[in-house]
Design a protein around this ligand. Structure first.
Ligand code: PMP
Length: 436
C-alpha cells in the first residue's frame, strides 16, 4: 500500500506505524492526525511538533504541485500576451480571483473584480491606509483600532493619522479578551472616519465581534476594515454577513504560497481610491505628462503578478474546502482545549488570554515562570517542538497585558495529540533544566 499522497487515508499510529483509516473516522480523533500525510514536510518529519501555524501554515502537496504545474504547463506573463499560454495564465488568475470571492462568501461572477491580489495582509492594509485614508481623513478626525492589533494593522494607521493630523483611538478588551459593545460605543463616535480591527488576535486567539463594530461604525458613516489574517484559516468568512468595507488576508496562512495577499474592498470605495503602486498593467492610457487608471482591480495590481502563486492559492482554497471548515473547527477546538487543559496542569505555566478554550481560535499563549520565552522556545526546539516566542508583532497588546514577551503554540487541523504530548514533555524538560 502506498504511503504517498494519502489524503488522509493513512495515519501514523502512536507506535509510529502507518495504518489505513478512513479520514471521516479519524476527523475528530486527536490521537494521530490523518491530515499530516497531505503535507510533505510533516510527513517527512514525524518527530516534529509544528506549533507555529499562526506564523505560517504548512502547505499540502496539492498546493506544491499546483505551483509546479503552473511553471511546467502555463508559464507566461499573464495579461501581456495574446498567445495561448499567456491567455491560460490570465485565466488561471481570473479563476483564482473568482475562487477567493466564493471563499469570502461573495458572488464569484459579480464580486470577483473587487478582489485585489497583493503580497500579504501587511501590504493589503497599507493599501487601505495609504490610498483610502487620505481621501477621508482630516485634522481632528479619528481612526479607531483595538489594542490587540498586529503591527501590520497598527503602524499603517499611526502613519495615516500622523499625515492627516488625525487621532488614533484604541478599544481595549476586558480580562477575557472581549471588547464590549460599551467599549466600542465609548470609542467609535462622530469624529471616527475609519474603524480597523483584527478579526482574530494572533496572541489571545479571541475573535472580535467585527460585525457589531461594523454596524456601529456605519451608524457614524465610518468605514470598517478587518484584518482577517488569523480568521480566514480557522472559520468560514461571509463578508455579506460581516458587513465590513475592507477585508485582508494572506495566502500563506491558509495553506497557500508565500507572497500572495488578498484585499477585498467595497467596489465604490476601491473605485474612488487612487492607485497604491503605479507602473505597468494598472493604466488605461498614458501620455508624457498624464495617465489614467485601469478599472479595479487592475488599478491596484501594478507590474507582473505572481501568477503561479495566485494559481496555487486557488489550489489551497480547494484543499481547505475538501477538508471542510466543520472538520477544521472541530479538530482545532479539541486541540486547543486539550492543550490548555494539559498546560494548566503544569504549575510553572501561566496561560494568557481567555479562560474558555472555545474563545481561542488556534492560538494558545503562555509563559513559563522565571524563564524567558526565548529560552523556552530554544530548548523546546532541541526537543523537536516549534513554537513562537517574543512580542508577536503586538507590542501595545503585550504592554497592556503587563508583559514584554510570551510563548505561543498555534494549531492547525493537521496537529494531533502527540504534538501536545511533545510540548508538555518539552516544557517539563525546560523546567528541570532551569530548576531541576
Ligand atoms: N495580522 C495578523 C493578525 C497576523 O497574525 C499577521 C501575521 N502574523 C499579519 C497581520 C501580517 O501578515 P503578513 O505577514 O502575511 O503580512
Amino acid at each position: 500500500m502506498s504511503t504517498r499522497k494519502l489524503h488522509g487515508e493513512h495515519m501514523l499510529t502512536d507506535a509510529g506505524r502507518v495504518e489505513w483509516v478512513s479520514r471521516n473516522a479519524q476527523a475528530s480523533a486527536l490521537a494521530a492526525s490523518p491530515y499530516k500525510w497531505d503535507f510533505p514536510l510533516l510527513a517527512r518529519k514525524p518527530d516534529l511538533a509544528f506549533l507555529d501555524s499562526a506564523a505560517t501554515a504548512q502547505r499540502p502537496s496539492s498546493v506544491l504541485e499546483a505551483q509546479k504545474r503552473f511553471y511546467e504547463t502555463m508559464n507566461a506573463n499573464a495579461l501581456r500576451g495574446l498567445y495561448e499560454l499567456s491567455v491560460e495564465a490570465t485565466e488561471a488568475i481570473n479563476a483564482s480571483r473568482a475562487h477567493v470571492a466564493r471563499f469570502l462568501g461573495l458572488d464569484d461572477r459579480n464580486d470577483a473584480r473587487d478582489i485585489v491580489f497583493c503580497r500579504n495582509t501587511s501590504e493589503a492594509l497599507n493599501m487601505v491606509a495609504q490610498s483610502f485614508a487620505p481621501i477621508v481623513l482630516e485634522p481632528g478626525d479619528e481612526v479607531c483600532i483595538t489594542v490587540m492589533e498586529h503591527h501590520s494593522n497598527l503602524i499603517p494607521w499611526q502613519q495615516a493619522c500622523r499625515a492627516a493630523g488625525a487621532k488614533l483611538v484604541y478599544m481595549y478588551p476586558d480580562d477575557e479578551g472581549v471588547i464590549s459593545e460599551e467599549e466600542m460605543r465609548a470609542k467609535i463616535g462622530p469624529r471616527t472616519k475609519i474603524v480597523s480591527a483584527v478579526h482574530v488576535s494572533n496572541v489571545l486567539g479571541v475573535a472580535n465581534d467585527v460585525k457589531l463594530m461594523a454596524q456601529i461604525a456605519h451608524e457614524f458613516d465610518a468605514v470598517m476594515v478587518v484584518d482577517g489574517a488569523q480568521s480566514a484559516p480557522h472559520f468560514p468568512i461571509d463578508l455579506n454577513d460581516l458587513g465590513c468595507d475592507f477585508f485582508a488576508f494572506s495566502a500563506h496562512k491558509v495553506y497557500g504560497p508565500f507572497g500572495i495577499g488578498v484585499l477585498w474592498g467595497r467596489h465604490d470605495l476601491l473605485d474612488a481610491m487612487p492607485p497604491f503602486l503605479t507602473g505597468g498593467e494598472m493604466i488605461d492610457a498614458v501620455t508624457e505628462q498624464t495617465a489614467t487608471w485601469a478599472p479595479v482591480p487592475e488599478k491596484f495590481e501594478a507590474g507582473t503578478q505572481d501568477a503561479a502563486g495566485i494559481y496555487a492559492l486557488d489550489a489551497a482554497l480547494t484543499y481547505v474546502e475538501e477538508v471542510g471548515f466543520d472538520a477544521i473547527q472541530a479538530r482545532e477546538a479539541a486541540l486547543v482545549a486539550q492543550c490548555m487543559r494539559r498546560l494548566s496542569q503544569l504549575e510553572f505555566v501561566r496561560l494568557i488570554g481567555p479562560s474558555d478554550p472555545a474563545a481561542h481560535h488556534g492560538v494558545v499563549s503562555f509563559n513559563v515562570c522565571t524563564i524567558h520565552p526565548h529560552d523556552v522556545a530554544s530548548i523546546l526546539d532541541m526537543d523537536g517542538v516549534a513554537i513562537r516566542a517574543g512580542h508577536h508583532c503586538a507590542q501595545p497588546l503585550l504592554a497592556h497585558l503587563g508583559i514584554d514577551s510570551c510563548c505561543r503554540a498555534s494549531f492547525a487541523f493537521y496537529n494531533d495529540a502527540r504534538d501536545i504530548d511533545r510540548l508538555i514533555d518539552g516544557l517539563n524538560h525546560v523546567w528541570t533544566m532551569f530548576h531541576g
